[in-house]
Each structure stands twice: as structure tokens, then as C-alpha cells.
Design a protein around this ligand. Sequence first.
Ligand SMILES: Nc1nc2c(c(=O)[nH]1)N[C@H]1C(S)=C(S)[C@@H](COP(=O)(O)O)O[C@H]1N2
Ligand SMILES: [Mo]
Length: 523
Amino acid sequence: MQDMTAHNSSGRPGAGRAVAASVLAVAAALGVGHLLAGLVGPNSSPYLAVGNTAIDLTPEPVKQFAIRQFGESDKLVLLGGMGVVVLVLAVLAGLLSRRAVLPGAAIIGAFGLLGLAAALVRPDLGPPGALPAIAAAVVGTGSFALLHRSAARDREVAVDGGERAEERAPTVFHRRFVLRAAAVAAVAGGSALGGYELSRPAGARSAREWVSRRVPPNPPIPAGADFAASGTPRFITPNAEFYRVDTALSVPAVSPQDWRLRIHGMVDRELTLTFEDLLRRRAVQRTITMTCVSNQVGGDYVSTATFTGVPISDLLEEVGVRPGAEQVFSTSTDGYTAGTPVEVLRDANRGALLAYGMNGEALPPEHGFPVRMVTPGLYGYLSATKWLTDLELTTFDRKTYWELRGWAERAPIKTQSRIDRPSAFQRFPAGTFTVAGIAWAQNTGIARVEARVDDGPWRRAELSTEVNDQTWRMWRVDLEFPPGAHDVQCRATDRSGQTQVVERVPPIPDGATGQHSISCTAT
Ligand SMILES: Nc1nc2c(c(=O)[nH]1)N[C@H]1C(S)=C(S)[C@@H](COP(=O)(O)O)O[C@H]1N2
Ligand SMILES: [Mo]
């Protein structure tokens, strides 16, 4: 079965097969690169490394143009365009190799070098990032040489027809190229698919690792900031123990590479930020106690972390807030919305952040990875949007997720205190017992905490070292417990002189009030 384009020169594969060989070899190279990148880190896939380098080298105005023009598909457009260029070059490599293997192998090898160079200059990869590109270069040139040779051998046999064809069945020779081409195509498809599968969960992991490397460790917390030995929580809540409240059915998966934040509405200059844009801005670290409005008196929807991120006041300064803007309306990828008063976010002293770091690592996925808001002093539902993607300066006419469900438009955190020791219904020996707990009055600061047994006199508790006025304070006090059943109560007073109100109100619409009490028994 003689190739129609054949002439009498032996050892030459012919144009069709040479092009097929180079296109398949390039596909296999990219596939294997992708597969290895699934293990090493998705950005080390030679294709993506070249793409990301291209993005970094693109001048800012062109980038802004692409983001405006293609929105969230800007990445897709770039990768598709690169695909066309690669295909054209692969075809060219094939055409140049009709006679000899070398020109095509050289072009494919050069691809590999380009991928290697791109992987080496990526700031986020490190030495293992070179592996996929090296493997891709080896697989690409190797499979090209293999296919090229078998195409040429098929041809030899078909043209000569002589003794060699008798030695080995000609049908096998004829099929050698087709079989090998099919094998290379299978490697290309299979490895690309495998890489895709691998880089989904592992991709999210390595993206978090990449962000984590940009988050400084927590500053030291002064000794005496908690009374953990007396039964209070530790001052910093480990991420795994930080309370979690959200409406998301499954944790949204947002990659920092695809993340965009648009700041618009009543502003002078609209702004769209990529994650790298955010990283380039001035970052600060702030230790903040977050509280949920639905926290019941004595509840655990309160935790403290050191957040790293960009001051929101800097960004509002940059876009220029127009007069009349009342709230910053924030939207999450999962459709959640919140509205934070403009004056709070513009206040540099208040210190609201676009946070990407939490306790020395990237935000955990369930706490908003890659970027969330954190606003000291306001309940989380209107000020701490996770998986943040959009900030619109607007008036309070625009209603948010929880406002539409009956919660308040404004909700500063109310001064509260909680007893952690004794625990409810705890039994302990009668006599002196150390009662301990936490108190918070974000943005005002705790001045005093008192506790008492039953209707006895209020006793002033010892306070832990203050870290800043946006964080909780721990308290403890030795109280006398005669044998029998008792109620222990506590109350906090903030620096404005306001003592926690006695009246119990439920969390809706703007936070619970009332004093915490615990029933216990001294034996
Ligand atoms: N996208 C999104 N962000 C959200 C929420 C939500 O449901 N969806 N819940 C808010 C509420 S009510 C609180 S109290 C805080 C809780 O943050 P955490 O889960 O990190 O503790 O996130 C806020 N941000
Ligand atoms: Mo909340």
C-alpha cells in the first residue's frame, strides 16, 4: 500500500506523516508536562508557565484592556492564542523534517527550552518547577524521533518491497507508524487528562502553598495575653478552630490565578485587581477578634487571628470615593452580599483589610481563600465577605443578603463577656475557685470585667495584657463557693464607660445582649 506522495527516496517520511509526527510529539510533550505539573504544581506545566510569563511581561494597559475586553475569559483567550501559535510551529517543524529528523527535533527541543526558561523565571516555582519542562522536552523530541523513524522505515519497505519486506511482514511495517502514532496520541491524551485530574485538588493545595509563602509569620503575642492555664481560650485561635459561619453549601474553590476584584460604582477611577496586583500593594498585619452577629450570649462564634492583607482605606483612596457613597457593597463568588459603611472602611485607624493571610498562612478555603474582607469592630455578616470578588460604592438603597432577611443595615459589635471556667454544670470542691473567661469590646477596648456568685458582690477580675483594642481580653478572678448549687455571672465594661446591658435580646437584628451566667455545683 504505497503512500501516494511517495517518490523513490528511501528514509524519508513524507510531508503528511512528518507533520503528524511533530504535532503528536508536541501534544505528548505538553501532555506529559501537564501530568508532571499535576504533581509538582499546576503553574509548572510548560504551557501555563509560558502563559504566566507572557502575562507578567504584558504591559499594564494591555492587561487592563484584556481584562475589560474578555473579563474572566482573558486567561482562556491567551491560552487559546498560544495554542494556535504552538500548532503552527508544530506543523512547521513537521514540514521542515520531510527529509531529516533534525530540524523538527531542534524546533521541538527549542519549545522545551522555552518552557524550561519560563518555569525557571516563575517566582512561584523553585527548582522542581523545571521538571515538567525537562520531561516535556525529552518526551517531545524522543517521540518525534521515534515516529519520524518508523514513518521513514514504513516508507523504505513500501518503496523497496524487496528482501527486507520478506524478513518482516510488510503489513506490520506499514502499520508501525500508525500504531506508534496512536500510542503517542494516547500518551498525549491520557497524560493531559491525568494532569488535569491531579491538578484539581493538588492544584488548590499548591496554590495555597504559593500564597502562604507570601504571608509573614505572626508577630509575637505578649506573654500574659491569655489565661489559657486558667481555662480561657488561647489568645490566637488556630485556624482549624476558628469559628466558621457562611451560607456556602460547598466551599467555593477560587484560584488566585483567576481571582479578580473589581472596585466600582461611585468612584472616580474604577479598578480591577488581580491577585498579583494585590500582592504588589502595601500589606499590613493586624490581630483582630471577629464576632458573628448570631452569637448567643455565652456562645462560641468569636475567634481571634492575625490577618495579613491590604488596607481597604488605601484602595478606596486610590479609586477616589465620590460624595454620596454610603456603603461598600461587597459580593462573593458564591453570590453572598454584604454592605459596610464607607466611613468605617475609609478610616485608616480602624484598619479594615482585604486579607489573604491568616495566622502566617494563606486563608484556609473555608475562611475565604484567596481574599476576604475583615473589618474590626463590625459583625462579620456585613463586613467580612469571604471569596470576595466585587466592591461597589453605593447608597444604602441597595439591600444585602442578610438585610433582605431582616438583619440590620449597621451593626457594630456589642460589648460582651463569657465565662469559660467553670463550664456549665461543672462540679468542683467548695472553697476558692478561679473563674475565668473572655470579654470583647472591639474598637473601644475593655476597661473592666466583674464576676459574682449568685447575688453576691461583684468582684473585679484580673485582665490579661491588652494586645490592641480590636481584640478580646481574658479575665480571671478567685471567688468563694460554699457547698451547694450556684450561678456564676460576669459583666464587662468598655472604655466608653458602658457596662454590658442586663436586658436579654436575641441576636436578630443587630446582636444579642444580656449577661452570661453558668450553673455549677460546689461539693
Ligand atoms: N461569602 C460569604 N462571606 C461571609 C459569610 C457568608 O455566608 N458568605 N458569612 C459572614 C458571617 S455571618 C461571618 S460572622 C463571617 C465569619 O467568618 P469565618 O467563617 O471566617 O469565621 O464571615 C462573613 N462572610
Ligand atoms: Mo455572622
